[in-house]
Design a protein around this ligand. Structure first.
Ligand SMILES: [Zn+2]
Length: 58
């Protein structure tokens, strides 16, 4: 099963979303996206927990 996430699910106005084959890969893509598009967003352990809680199986 692939995993999917979208910025909108995290409460952002952003329309970005992505899918990956593992949580590690997905978190990697999220980290790259945040760095590129949301530079003021800090990736704290709380943020990571929040992100993991909205990951969907697709
Ligand atoms: Zn975004």
């Amino acid at each position: 099963m692939a995993k999917s996430i979208s910025c909108a699910d995290a409460g952002s106005e952003c329309t970005w979303s992505t899918t990956a084959n593992s949580e590690e890969e997905l978190m990697d893509k999220v980290a790259q996206h945040v760095k590129a598009e949301h530079p003021d967003l800090e990736i704290t352990p709380e943020q990571i927990e929040k992100i993991k809680s909205i990951i969907k199986e697709v």
